[in-house]
Ligand binder design. Structure first.
Ligand SMILES: *Cc1c(COP(=O)(O)O)cnc(C)c1O
Length: 501
């Protein structure tokens, strides 16, 4: 079997894409990466004649060489055939003097659907014989629902999502607790997100639990560091380029720029993979919110997480350690895994690390980074709506602000701004920018915003209010392990239950 992947922290590791997807991350705590990626090139001229799903097939064939063409084809079909409300999957919309790549047309109206619709389909082909996978996920919001939808009703797979009780928005909670499917379980934890995450990590190492559930059931995660979630995101960069060629904005071979609202650095890293594979990109503009650890790094080459944490109006970007940035350090250090390991050890010991001037310069050659305050986010939502009628969510608006900053440096290269959520997903921040006053009930806020802007509420967010609540568990943090064991019994061994669904 082709073992194309290695670890960012130990390049003596050789592992196949399938094994990398099953494991999630390396035993040395590094992330799996594809070395010498620039040696592999796609046929750009051909790619831009294809549909989204055919581009996906071509890109996945390059990056997942141990999957058969049939496995890739079936996975892509199952992931995208029925679940997106746009035939284009990720349509590009012209707004003012730039272009918006809308990534929120999936079943939960968040960009995480693009990765989390395909990851479970790929995992299916990783399972051997009668083995089963139970996915455990701690969520602070969007990932939970997107993961539930991706794994719902898949054979030999189940998913358990833990969220902090009172720690997610009313819409996010409602989306999760109304999820159908015989193999989906959701519990609120009496504690915060860190408690949920820490305990999930503990469960992965809980030998007593592993003995109890037996060897046939693997525990795995749907975390954004899994290459099976990252690689599907490479596709829309090529597809967006195709759309600009098709509408006459650019000719094949012209360079474009992308602006990416960034948290864990997965989305923008997927763009860099596209560039390494041959997509003509000049710069990636990385946008943070007030949690601007990355923006500071770009100035001085020092990554320092020892600073206050802010809750912002763009909560999916409220992150201090961007896990996937480790992968960029690997490529930009000349694939020097000993160097990356040293930096990551420094980060663990002191909360910071410093890269060499060379490494920083190589990063700055491909990336620009800035940040947006909450006030600037709100001002951007308002200004763009008033000028064009286009409604941005707060994450997209953080990108908009940094995009405008970058355009002071280069205003010529066509710019594509990635939009990572429907404005109705984070409706209060949007309403505060657009409406004279905001109602107390979130459904009413949605309806008021729709009446004012004539931008339609996505069906899944309109209908969620009428669905029955199916998951009401609220548990103590020290009950999580028992809960997992009980739910594994229920999902995989309780025949009556699966038969009745
Ligand atoms: C997850 C998320 C992001 C950040 O994406 P990363 O891949 O973590 O950088 C941005 N916006 C929204 C709405 C998200 O859900």
């Amino acid at each position: 079997m082709t073992k194309n992947y290695t670890s960012t922290r130990d390049n003596s590791v050789h592992i196949s894409a399938k094994a990398a997807i099953e494991k999630g991350f390396s035993d040395d705590k590094g992330l799996f990466v594809y070395p010498n990626l620039g040696d592999t090139q796609v046929d750009l001229a051909k790619l831009i004649t294809l549909s989204y799903t055919d581009i996906a097939r071509a890109v996945l064939a390059k990056l997942l060489p141990d999957f058969s063409a049939e496995e890739i084809s079936e996975s892509v079909d199952n992931a995208y055939r029925h679940s997106f409300d746009s035939d284009q999957i990720t349509p590009v919309v012209a707004v003012d003097d730039f272009h918006v790549l809308e990534l929120f047309h999936g079943p939960t109206s968040a960009f995480k659907d693009v990765g989390l619709q395909l990851l479970p389909q790929l995992m299916k082909h990783v399972l051997v014989a009668d083995h089963k996978i139970m996915i455990l996920t701690a969520t602070s919001g969007d990932t939970g629902k997107a993961a539930l939808e991706g794994f719902k009703d898949l054979h030999h797979m189940g998913i358990i999502v833990f969220y902090p009780d009172g720690g997610v928005s009313p819409i996010q909670k409602l989306q999760m607790v109304t999820t159908g499917g015989h193999n989906t379980k959701v519990a609120a934890i009496k504690g915060n997100f860190d408690d949920a995450q820490t305990n999930v990590k503990r469960i992965f190492n809980d030998q007593a639990l592993k003995n109890a559930i037996g060897e046939d059931v693997n525990l795995s995660s749907a975390n954004s560091i899994n290459i099976g979630r990252l690689i599907p995101q490479v596709v829309y960069y090529f597809d967006a380029y195709k759309q600009l060629v098709n509408n006459g904005t650019i000719k094949t071979g012209d360079k474009v720029n992308f602006t990416v609202p960034t948290g864990n650095f997965g989305d923008v890293l997927a763009g860099y993979y596209a560039k390494l594979l041959g997509l003509p990109v000049d710069k990636f503009v990385v946008a943070c919110n007030e949690n601007n650890v990355l923006a500071n790094f770009f100035k001085h080459g020092v990554y320092d997480r020892n600073r206050p944490f802010f809750q912002t109006v763009a909560p999916s970007m409220d992150i201090q350690v961007s896990s996937n940035f480790e992968r960029l350090l690997y490529y930009k250090s000349g694939e020097d895994s000993a160097y990356v390991k040293q930096l990551m050890d420094d980060l663990e010991d002191s909360g910071k690390y410093e890269v060499s001037k060379d490494v920083l310069a190589r990063i700055q050659a491909d990336f620009y980074c800035g940040y947006s305050t909450d006030d600037e986010i709100e001002a951007g939502i308002k200004a763009v709506y008033q000028k064009t009628g286009y409604l941005m969510d707060p994450h997209t608006a953080a990108g908009y602000k940094v995009m405008r900053d970058y355009q002071q440096i280069d205003s010529q290269t066509p710019m594509i701004l990635l939009s990572t959520a429907s404005p109705y997903k984070f409706v209060n921040a949007v309403a505060d920018a657009i409406l004279p006053e905001t109602a107390a009930d979130p459904l009413q806020v949605m309806k008021d915003l729709e009446a004012k802007t004539h931008v339609q509420i996505p069906d899944n967010l309109r209908e969620v209010w009428d669905l029955p609540v199916r998951h009401e568990s609220v548990i103590e943090k020290d009950q999580m392990s028992d809960y997992v064991q009980a739910k594994i019994e229920e999902v995989f061994y309780d025949q009556d239950q699966s038969a009745s669904n």
